[in-house]
Design a protein around this ligand. Structure first.
Ligand SMILES: [Zn+2]
Length: 266
């Protein structure tokens, strides 16, 4: 399909672009268990589906830009085979602080193997994708989230390498400290309104947040601000469990599937 690339604006042949990276979906399955297809949880229903959010959105060059900018790097940092390299990198490093709840705080650039730029770019590209289009498949939809137009433009310029990461935005990255993170995801959602405007997303083992116009004190634990912080915490696991429980409450989960859900029902 010929059209204007949503990122660079070039009139070109558009590729079938993914919302959440294609490599992510295989991480959601359990080939040796009963989960052969993704399970789509909604407030009122549950489906099994292998459909992935995709649409003609980007030109070939911008597709490659996203792959090289963060997708390829991130794709090897969480795995369905039980390994979780990003977690292991943090476990092997020395935190700059341990919080009372057991969370470890790291200066991301000092952690061997962590690529700060790739993490920020990856997160920014996902939040931008969520703000630029309505994504829809048969059993699920992810309506466009309302990111301020001026920030969308700033993110676009950053993703095109035309300007630095937007100064009004902050990216936060928290990695699950447990060895087997929830094999789940949610595409970017608005989590909090101003004055603490935040959007969040989850991919297996990693919560990412985009904060907007946050006061300086709240920007400190971000990876995109001067401190370049990344957090390792089992709070991530509990948080995802709580979200899953709240979503699956209204869903008619079959008994055999229910035990795989964070709510722990069986
Ligand atoms: Zn393009």
């Amino acid at each position: 399909m010929i059209g204007n690339c949503a990122l660079c604006g070039t009139n070109a042949s558009l590729i079938n672009s993914h919302f959440m990276p294609a490599s992510l979906y295989q991480e959601l399955l359990d080939p040796s268990g009963p989960i052969k297809q993704m399970i789509v949880l909604k407030k009122d229903q549950t489906h099994q589906s292998s459909e992935q959010f995709s649409m003609p959105l980007l030109c070939q060059a911008c597709g490659v830009r996203f792959q090289k900018g963060g997708e390829n790097w991130m794709g090897n940092r969480y795995r369905s085979d039980g390994s979780f390299p990003l977690r292991d990198m943090l476990v092997g490093a020395t935190p700059i602080e341990t919080k009372p709840d057991g969370s470890n705080v790291y200066a991301a650039r000092q952690v061997l193997g962590v690529d700060v730029e790739q993490l920020i770019y990856f997160a920014a590209s996902l939040f931008w994708r969520a703000g630029v289009a309505d994504w829809k498949v048969k059993f699920a939809d992810a309506p466009k989230i309302d990111i301020d137009p001026s920030l969308m433009t700033a993110l676009q310029q950053y993703l095109l390498a035309l300007s630095p990461f937007p100064s009004q935005a902050s990216i936060f990255v928290a990695v699950d400290a447990t060895t087997a993170p929830w094999r789940a995801m949610w595409s970017p959602i608005k989590q909090n309104d101003r004055p603490q405007l935040r959007y969040s997303l989850y991919i297996p083992g990693i919560i990412m947040e985009l904060g907007v116009d946050l006061p300086p004190a709240l920007r400190v634990p971000s990876i995109s601000d001067a401190t370049e912080i990344i957090v390792l915490s089992d709070v991530v696991y509990k948080y995802v469990a709580a979200i899953g429980a709240s979503l699956s409450e209204g869903s008619a989960l079959s008994k055999s599937l229910a035990r795989h859900f964070p709510s722990g029902r069986s």
